[in-house]
Ligand binder design. Structure first.
Ligand SMILES: [Zn+2]
Length: 440
């Protein structure tokens, strides 16, 4: 910056806009703009009916209610978000007290949840509608009844459909699924729950690979609401081929199996957060971006938004939880037995305590940037007999437990039923694709 230049520029601007001639033209230019703005306000629809769940009746209490539509940010809570609205502390507390009996403020809300706050002309809360992404078919509604705010959960009747989807990989799975018109939640289910321990989605995918999916989808009045269970996923690639079949065994245990009925579950999940990429791999001699010196990177850094849920890669017992004092910041360490431990660093929040037993995928805390970190990410380590090993190689050569023999026939029948749905979708796609009809 050069202050002298700025000064001259400012002086020049002041001179130009304070001369009588330019003031006239400035005013003349502003008049039509002001008119457009006023018309814009008049034309702007007061409410967008498409945004409301179908069973919410229009408000009749006040003649001119004010509607505020908000979305929870990363690391946000309903309470924090409400405090930023034009409400007094008493109003916020009254609303929170009405929500509490019907909604778990900590557990049921998450970033990107949306809500609408309706205020009467006096600024009094008349209504609060909250759409939890975790359970979109059960919106939370708080309404003023006889002067008091009362909360309830609505239940939207949903229709379940089983659909087959076929996608082709260009660069990564997330984009391939999005190009097929499907959402990130589906990618996460496949990357975490179906193939979470057996396919390395940062290394094994190649352009032209195919992925077939049979899954449940829930609709309301023809509108997609959310995904249900992925029933089958079939990855057919140059580097890796894998089928995952959802099956509930005779004892009621639900899991994913390969085509022969061997469990796809491994001791460790490949990723302790939904996969959004890897910032830094395990490296014995890396130049450290914060310390500015060569220092081994003894774990894997997963890209993740601030506030993303971090889960246990395997079942075990928490041996450390909280502020580390060193570079890890807030961290959790879990002992899995057989000489294995895992560490999760830079967390913004820790949600387990030392001594607690956790299962695979139990939430441990939230992604943050505490300790020696340039930005939010998860630093993840796998330790075997006191020495860090490469987390991306931990499941190699492991084999999952097979289904009991008496369940195999039933399993095979279900697998074939799902596969036939996929074959049907492929045929339809082939008929619609012009390149295929030319080949015929
Ligand atoms: Zn790291």
């Amino acid at each position: 910056m050069f202050p002298d230049e700025n000064e001259t520029l400012r002086q020049r601007l002041v001179r130009r806009f304070t001369s009588p001639n330019s003031r006239f033209w400035l005013l003349a230019a502003c008049l039509p703009l002001l008119t457009v703005l006023r018309l814009g306000v008049l034309w702007h629809p007061v409410q967008d009916p498409a945004d409301l769940p179908a069973d919410l009746e229009p408000l009749t209490v006040a003649p001119e209610p004010r509607r505020l539509r908000r979305t929870l940010g990363d690391d946000d809570s309903i309470y924090q978000s409400l405090k930023r609205q034009p409400l007094s502390e008493t109003q916020v507390v009254e609303l929170i007290e009405a929500i509490k009996p019907v909604f778990n403020l900590r557990g049921d809300s998450r970033p990107l949840d949306r809500y609408t706050l309706v205020l009467d002309p006096a600024g009094e809360v008349q209504r609060f509608e909250y759409l939890p992404l975790r359970e979109p078919e059960r919106p939370l509604v708080v309404e003023r009844q006889e002067g008091r705010l009362v909360g309830r959960r609505n239940v939207l009747p949903l229709e379940k459909r089983t659909e087959a989807i076929e996608v082709r990989i260009v660069d990564n799975m997330s984009n391939a699924i999005e190009n097929a018109g499907e959402g990130q939640e589906l990618t996460d289910q496949i990357a975490d729950e179906v193939f979470g321990s057996v396919i390395n989605f940062t290394k094994d995918l190649r352009r032209g690979d195919r992925l077939g999916i049979v899954c449940e989808k829930f609709y309301q009045n023809g509108h997609f609401i959310r995904y249900g269970q992925v029933l089958l996923a079939k990855y057919n690639g140059a580097e890796v081929a894998q089928v995952g079949v959802y099956y509930k065994d005779p004892e009621g245990r639900k899991s994913y199996y390969d085509g022969q009925g061997n469990s796809l579950k491994r001791m460790f999940m490949n990723y302790p957060v939904p996969l959004r990429g890897i910032n830094s791999h395990f490296n014995a001699a890396r130049f450290h971006p914060v310390l500015k010196m060569t220092r081994p990177h003894l774990g894997t850094d997963y890209a993740a938004r601030q506030g993303t849920l971090v889960w246990a890669s395997a079942g075990g017992k928490v041996v450390r939880a909280g502020w580390d004092g060193g570079g890890y910041g807030n961290m959790v360490e879990v002992d899995h037995g057989s000489g294995y431990r895992t560490r999760y660093g830079h967390l913004s929040k820790v949600s387990v305590r030392t001594g607690q037993r956790v299962d695979q995928k139990t939430p441990l805390g939230l992604v943050g940037a505490t300790g020696l970190a340039t930005g939010p990410h998860l630093h993840f380590e796998v330790i075997k007999n006191g020495k860090q090993i490469n987390p991306e190689k931990v499941n190699h050569d492991a084999l999952g437990a097979p289904l009991p023999k008496n369940a195999l026939a039933d399993f095979a029948a279900q697998r074939d039923q799902y596969l036939s749905l996929l074959a049907g979708s492929t045929q339809v796609a082939a008929h619609l694709s012009p390149s295929v009809s030319v080949a015929e």
